[in-house]
Design a protein around this ligand. Structure first.
Ligand code: CTP
Length: 407
């Protein structure tokens, strides 16, 4: 896909990778985009406004307090007159400012005033990237809807080796194209629809102080609820215990056990769409102890009984079945095939099959999924959980929008 007619605002912060941003301007323009650039003060120490302006074909903006710039092109207009903002390189300092909502120079002010998608391509030293503060900031920004591309691992300009190298220019261009394509589906809304989402783990108590559970963080389900609500759906999120903030505009029902989750789902019906992203504990103890089990005596043996399958129960309801029932499947190998099997077994309409063979998905930021529907399987590239949620929301909105609804 080309970037024909797209207006991209490129923010160049102060990192050595700024030299690659000169090439990025050329590649974006080659694909048909109009590029306007802002250099932070530190960015201008790495590449000159003259070089940036010459490549962009338009003067580079550098300082919020230049009165001539403010009257000719206010910082609000700079962000409004773009379809996408790309930050390359996004330094630890700029990410920290964004996460804190600071606006003390042109770049940070434009970013705070932005109402367009933002793509950040971090580039920094490995220790800075891995520092707890940067991790926290990136997590916060991802939750705020900022898309990330990279950083890659490899030799760093500082002589160290590790993750921190800004993504290759071609990867940044591809990520920009993807983001704009998603935003194009962005016109589709879910106003007037009720969405039900389950997320997180369930907790099955053994006694008043112990429980069985799993490592689910709830991130994917929370992101889906947020994305559906952002498209106008009245969204009910039925969540097991997580450490996540409530997504804006979502009604959250906090539950603990699988039985609670099923009851809360049934109470929330009717719904147009239900997405079952929770990692429901498959078993609970047959008899929960009312008092703490003491160590004295024999080592206890846990007798388990199977929990109700919430997805299958809702998908097979004869009354009040949501129009679109979406399940998740965590598979280690042959995810699309296993997903299709689960689709039939559980009676749902789509399965988002998660390929977990490559390593940890629980708690991770990224996810690789296949969307299995009766019409076929779509394999998505590795994306952030936020991007998976966005795409799924677009897919759901498209489903409700048209005649192709009958998939
Ligand atoms: N699910 C559910 N209730 C359960 C178990 C699972 O609603 N008691 C839902 C999950 O939210 C998910 C889907 O079913 O959407 C598939 O979950 P998964 O754990 O992959 O499937 P299982 O049924 O546990 O199948 P298996 O362990 O055999 O792969």
């Amino acid at each position: 896909m080309s970037l024909n007619g797209k207006r991209i605002l490129l923010v160049i912060a102060g990192g050595i990778a700024a030299y690659k941003s000169l090439d990025l301007i050329r590649r974006l323009r080659e694909r048909g985009a109009a590029v306007r650039a802002i250099l932070t003060r530190a960015g201008a120490a790495f590449v000159t406004p003259l070089a940036v302006g010459a490549l962009a074909g338009e003067k580079a903006y550098t300082d919020l307090f230049s009165l001539t710039d403010e009257s000719a092109m206010g910082h609000i207009r700079l962000s409004r007159e773009s379809d996408l903002i790309v930050i390359a390189p996004a330094t630890a300092d700029l990410l920290a400012k964004m996460a804190a909502g600071l606006a003390d120079d042109l770049a940070s002010t434009v970013l705070l005033a932005a109402n367009t998608p933002i793509l950040a391509a971090p580039g920094m030293n490995v220790e800075m990237w891995e520092h707890a503060a940067t991790r926290r900031n990136v997590e916060r920004l991802a939750a705020d809807g900022i898309a990330f591309v990279g950083p890659a691992a490899g030799d760093l300009a500082c002589g160290e080796v590790g993750q921190g190298r800004m993504a290759e220019v071609a990867d940044i261009v591809a990520a920009a194209e993807r983001l704009l394509a998603d935003a194009a589906g962005g016109g589709l809304r879910l106003d007037g629809r009720h969405a039900l989402v389950t997320a997180g783990p369930t907790r099955e108590p053994l006694d008043p102080v112990r429980f069985l559970s799993n490592y689910s963080s709830g991130k994917q389900g929370f992101a889906i609820a947020g994305a559906l609500a952002a498209r106008g759906a009245r969204t009910t999120l039925i969540a097991g215990p997580t450490a996540l903030p409530n997504p804006p505009g979502v009604t959250i029902v906090a539950v603990e056990t699988a039985a609670d989750m099923l009851a809360a789902c049934e109470a929330a019906l009717p719904a147009d769409v239900a997405v079952f992203a929770a990692a429901v504990a498959d078993w609970r103890v047959a008899r929960r102890n009312e008092v703490k089990i003491k160590k004295a005596g024999e080592t206890p043996t846990l007798a388990l009984i199977e929990n109700p399958d919430i997805l299958a129960t809702i998908a097979r309801r004869s009354d009040c079945r949501p129009t679109l029932v979406v399940g998740f499947a965590a598979e280690t190998g042959a995810a699309p095939e296993q997903g299709r099997d689960k689709l039939v077994r559980k009676g749902c309409d789509w399965i988002v099959a998660n390929d977990v063979s490559g390593g940890a998905v629980f708690g991770a930021e990224r996810n690789r999924v296949h969307i299995v529907t009766p019409a076929g399987t779509e394999s998505w590239p590795e994306l952030t959980k936020r991007e998976v949620a966005e795409r799924l929301a677009v897919r759901i909105a498209t489903h409700f929008a048209g005649p192709h609804a009958a998939e």
